[in-house]
Ligand binder design. Sequence first.
Ligand code: HEC
Length: 184
Amino acid sequence: MQLRLIFAACLALASTPGCAADSLAETFGSIVATNGTIHLPPAVRSRWQHLGSWLVADPNAPGHGFHDVYTQPDAAAYYRRHGRFPDGAMLVKQISAIRHAQLTTGAADYAGDAKVWFVMVKDAIGRFAGHRDWGDGWGWALFEAKNPQANVSQGYVAACRNCHLPAQSSDRVFVQGYPGLHAE
Ligand code: HEC
């Protein structure tokens, strides 16, 4: 209940200082409950920095869709300075349906309605050892548009770990796709 109130306040007053997950210090306590349960941060599209996009066009691919990745502005600024994600950084990958249109630019693909959100939460001190949604320095969660309140992931090892191994050397994040992590 308390979480819902914080979310509602943040949606109404997006620039409120200390608003849920606007600052890194707020991650643990508002988005992540004390028992390690991860919630979907509210309104990331309008409040957070867009890092980059992936287009998985093959309809038979597991990740078919338009992927947009966001993080807190503070987390992106920290990464640009130090080359790593700080404690409390969150990465949200929103997957949307792919729309097509013949425009004056040519045949264009663009993002339609959001369908799912993949979430990673940086935990630099190992807060939730043994919790199925936490491992290798991150919390891992999955939310669907039909019920964004519920994490439907089967747990980090079962649902996320193997696919993120190719990005092991960059803290399990596919940083090559995120121009927003680099100074212009
Ligand atoms: C089928 C393989 C696969 C699975 C399963 C998978 N991921 Fe990913 N994930 C990727 C790839 C590849 C990317 C980057 C490229 C893309 O999105 O197409 C990515 C990107 C992400 C991103 C954006 C930041 C980054 O690391 O680049 C988040 C957040 C994320 N995944 C979270 C998760 C979570 C949480 C799970 C488990 C619930 C999960 N992923 C399961 C392959 C996977």
